[in-house]
Design a protein around this ligand. Structure first.
Ligand code: DX5
Ligand code: ZN
Length: 221
């Protein structure tokens, strides 16, 4: 299983999204991480469906990795699928029924399904949903969701437990994504624990050499 970098568009120059997408593709980034915030599930409001539609037209090589930080994800998964999402990840702590939302993404959209957990939610909470065999990814938040540029919280123990559990469930190739405070140092910590999809916002967009930074972040350890 390889490592992948998902660039958080929240840290991009939002006035020049098209050229930002081009820059990411030239730097060989694997995915665009698209943070949707509704001002209720988290204390911030970001962007939504019309912006995603434009992004999906501008991006040719990268997967669109949509992270829903919203109260009622079930209500919107089909709309995000239609707008161009490739991966839809929603929060276990949201108000939608978790199993039903996973099943809807899996059966009624062309997207793969991801389940996200906040720093206070234990690893064990995702095990029953891994058992469904419909999840491609678990997103372990390494900050409280809501804002870019926050300090990394070490979730190694949690990542390790999820990786162990997924490995124990037969042939399961589960991606484990981490989101928040990822830089060259923290990337090593999360990869050692078993994460393989690294979201990077402020660190990546501030990098002098984006391509080199992408390669450092996803290097095998
Ligand atoms: C936080 C978001 C993150 C954020 C990451 O709620 O989910 O995707 O943009 O940004 P950095 O890498 O700057 O912590
Ligand atoms: Zn995110």
């Amino acid at each position: 299983m390889g490592n992948f970098v998902s660039a958080s568009i929240l840290s991009a120059d939002l006035l020049n999204l098209e050229s930002e997408i081009k820059k990411l593709e030239e730097a060989d980034v694997n995915m665009v991480h698209f943070d949707v915030m509704d001002g209720v599930f988290v204390n911030n409001i970001s962007f939504g469906i019309p912006v995603l539609e434009k992004l999906s037209k501008a991006s040719r090589y990268m997967e669109l990795d949509v992270h829903l930080m919203i109260t009622a994800p079930l209500k919107y998964v089909k709309a995000f699928d239609k707008a161009g999402a490739d991966i839809i990840t929603f929060h276990l702590e949201s108000e939608s029924d978790t199993a039903e939302t996973i099943r809807t993404i899996y059966e009624e959209t062309d997207c793969t399904a991801g389940l996200a957990i906040k720093p206070d939610t234990p690893a064990e909470a995702v095990f029953p949903y891994i058992d469904m065999g419909m999840l491609d990814m678990i997103l372990v938040m390494t900050v409280e969701p809501g804002f870019g540029g926050q300090k990394f919280m070490d979730m190694s123990e949690k990542i390790r437990k999820i990786r162990e559990y997924a490995d124990s469930v037969g042939e399961y190739e589960l991606d484990i994504e981490v989101d928040g405070g990822i830089n060259a140092d923290t990337a090593d910590i999360v990869k050692k624990a078993g994460a393989n999809v690294l979201v990077s916002g402020s660190y990546l967009f501030k990098a002098e050499n984006m391509k080199e930074t992408v390669n450092i972040l996803r290097a095998e350890i």
